[in-house]
Design a protein around this ligand. Structure first.
Ligand SMILES: Cc1cc2nc3c(=O)[nH]c(=O)nc-3n(C[C@H](O)[C@H](O)[C@H](O)COP(=O)(O)OP(=O)(O)OC[C@H]3O[C@@H](n4cnc5c(N)ncnc54)[C@H](O)[C@@H]3O)c2cc1C
Length: 592
């Protein structure tokens, strides 16, 4: 089963009523862009995604990429699908017009990205990485590098990769030891990178690698890492791919999921050295790479939503078809009539709805951070973007582990059998909590740079906004009890914030012991916030007799279900935060 359809109604409700899409475009000076145009864009993207990309999802899973004489050969059918994506102008949707992009707001790009990712997670990684590489080059590349490489990358004619990981340097990038040796106007790069997503393929006539390496005079640690652009083919005098560079994929990893995405071991400088060009300043490469990683982290968070949505749509179809109950007259009824199957479906439905709302709102914050009229507002939106990034990455992907597992469970035994395709979503989802920084790394970031570094002020501002939503809910008939619950979880968020401020300095294991539960608590709280806003809006529209009654009544139910079944998990997270490090660090390694 590969039927997939973008959930327009929910997406448009979020864009219109939670994001305030038209107002956002107006404030950004994007006069020609409005919700009507966004809907048309989404409909077109859905056509390509559901008709072309989605049927290739299972093909990618069964016939992953192969490595041959000419390099990596992608899954059959992917090149044709990629060509359609490029011809449709999709690659440049969110990029500035100056480089050939279409200048659409980030939040619309994110909504479209959900379609690509739900349709085919492994395949969509190619454009995800290219997107991050473009962002890094735009922010840190020299004018010459930008003029030479960006137009082709923005159009999708060339793709991009991110080369950080080495066998000894995974989460700890301080251990990177690829070398860069200056030579005239460029550098020669030597070393090996592992796990490089879409490190090679035949879909385009060039691949542009962004590679972390050390200059000869580099200080040790993260402050001695520089960033280099290393093309697969060097450019000739006309700017066209010419001579092959000394950079190639030497093997492909065998993986649990995302088989359609080639994961390459890349070797740089096996012969004369790979020609590379410095991006940004020497020794400041990690900072430049962070531009790419922050972008990619929100996109990977979105993968948590996208793969869960695909899994949900499939589970729902199954639950309506699979007959397992027998009535007294002998007729049979489908499993969707059983309360526990309903519970699983609602966990998936309310879970994906709140993920979508949070991912889109976080993405709209990026637009606001760029477009807000004054510097103070830009700074406060940027602080919110930075706070949201580890929550979107960490929490959405963790939740996707559970939701795609429910997708399998709803299928019963057939979920465990590859034929139905439900298992693929579960396997594909598994990587999302690992790459682009594991959940623990997101949680460290949330605690360290996003909380302790600003004395918890940025979170305090978010908690005030969530409390305001709780107050509004308490004043509305039918939502008051949910408002009270949300206020209680705001208080739990505040207690966790205060606990960290009080304990992180006095116990060196406190922050690391509490961090993932802190992240999960804030995730459930943010989910409650966005579902609370959705419930308020749905109620207001129903009271005014406006909008699609059926959709709005359903939204009220999914919001309530979220408040009854998912939000209460926050209190368990707080208890674990407050337990601190005592039992976590009590055993010596040999006692395990
Ligand atoms: C399919 C796939 C695609 C990938 N694509 C790319 C790519 O395109 N480019 C690229 O550069 N890399 C890529 N990676 C690498 C990926 O980003 C790393 O695997 C990831 O960052 C984790 O590093 P590691 O595997 O070395 O695990 P480790 O760092 O060894 O981590 C092992 C465990 O220890 C924990 N841990 C480590 N450090 C800490 C800490 N400080 N605090 C708490 N816990 C910690 C981790 O959370 C994890 O549970 C990819 C990996 C895979 C599997």
């Amino acid at each position: 089963m590969s039927d997939y359809r973008y959930p327009y109604k929910d997406a448009e409700f979020i864009l219109d009523h939670l994001v305030g899409f038209d107002r956002l475009c107006e404030e950004a000076g994007l006069e020609d862009i409005n919700l009507e145009l966004a809907s048309a864009v989404l409909e077109e993207a859905n056509r390509l995604g559901s008709e072309v990309w989605a049927p290739l999802n299972v093909v990618g899973d069964r016939e992953g990429a192969t490595l041959g004489e000419e390099g990596v050969r992608e899954t059959p059918g992917f090149k044709e699908a990629y060509d359609q994506y490029v011809e449709g102008g999709w690659a440049g949707l969110g990029f500035p017009e100056e480089f050939g992009g279409q200048g659409m707001p980030k939040v619309l790009f994110t909504a479209v990205d959900e379609i690509w990712q739900s349709s085919n997670l492994g395949f969509s990684l190619c454009s995800l990485l290219t997107h991050g590489a473009v962002e890094a080059l735009m922010a840190h590349g020299s004018e010459e590098l930008k003029a030479t490489y960006l137009p082709k990358m923005v159009s999708g004619e060339w793709t991009g990769t991110m080369n950080l990981t080495e066998p000894q340097a995974g989460s700890d990038l301080a251990a990177v030891n690829c070398r860069a040796v200056p030579e005239g106007d460029h550098y020669k790069i030597y070393g090996q990178k592992i796990f490089i997503t879409w490190g090679d393929h035949q879909m385009t006539d060039n691949v542009i690698h962004l590679v972390l390496a050390r200059l000869p005079d580099a200080p040790a640690g993260v402050k001695g890492i520089s960033l280099f652009l290393v093309p697969k083919f060097l450019l000739d005098e006309n700017g066209e791919p010419g001579e092959r560079n000394d950079a190639s994929c030497i093997s492909l990893e065998h993986k649990l999921g995302i088989h359609g995405s080639p994961t390459c071991v890349m070797s740089f400088g096996d012969g004369d050295g790979a020609v590379g060009y410095l991006v940004g300043e020497p020794h400041r490469g990690l900072m430049a790479m962070f531009t790419m990683m922050n972008d990619a982290r929100q996109s990977v968070g979105l993968q948590g939503l996208s793969v869960s949505e695909r899994s949900y749509q499939q589970a729902l179809a199954w639950a309506k078809e699979r007959l397992q109950g027998t009535r007294s007259d002998g007729s049979r009824y489908p499993i969707i009539d059983f309360p526990d199957v309903r519970r699983l479906l609602l966990l998936m439905k309310s879970g994906t709805e709140e993920m979508r709302a949070l991912a889109y709102l976080a993405s709209a914050e990026i637009d606001k951070a760029h477009f807000a009229a004054d510097a103070d507002r830009r700074a406060s939106h940027m602080a919110r973007v930075e706070l949201f990034t580890p929550i979107v990455k960490g929490w959405l992907t963790e939740l996707s582990q559970e939701l795609t597992s429910h997708g399998v469970q709803i299928h019963g035994g057939m979920g465990f059998i590859e034929e139905t395709g439900s298992a693929q979503h579960y396997r594909d989802a598994r990587i999302t909590t690992i790459y682009e920084g594991t959940t623990a790394i997101q949680a460290n970031d949330l605690v360290g740079r996003k909380t302790l570094a600003n004395n918890g002020e940025v979170l305090a501002a978010l908690l005030r906004d969530i409390q305001a939503t709780a107050d509004n809910m308490q004043a509305v008939d039918g939502l008051a009890d949910m408002g009270t619950s949300l206020a209680q979880v705001v208080a739990q968020g505040e207690a966790a914030r205060q606990w960290l401020l009080d304990h992180a300095g006095e116990d060196r294991y406190a922050a690391g012991s509490a961090s993932v539960n802190y992240l999960m608590l804030l995730g459930y709280l943010c989910g409650g916030w966005v579902m609370g806003q959705a419930a308020l809006k749905a109620q207001a529209l129903l009271d005014a007799g406006q909008g699609d009654k059926g959709f709005l009544e359903t939204k009220r139910v999914t919001a309530r279900f979220y408040f009854e079944h998912l939000l209460p998990r926050a209190s368990a997270c707080l208890a674990a935060v407050e337990a601190g490090s005592s039992s976590v660090m009590a055993l010596a390694p040999e006692q395990f």
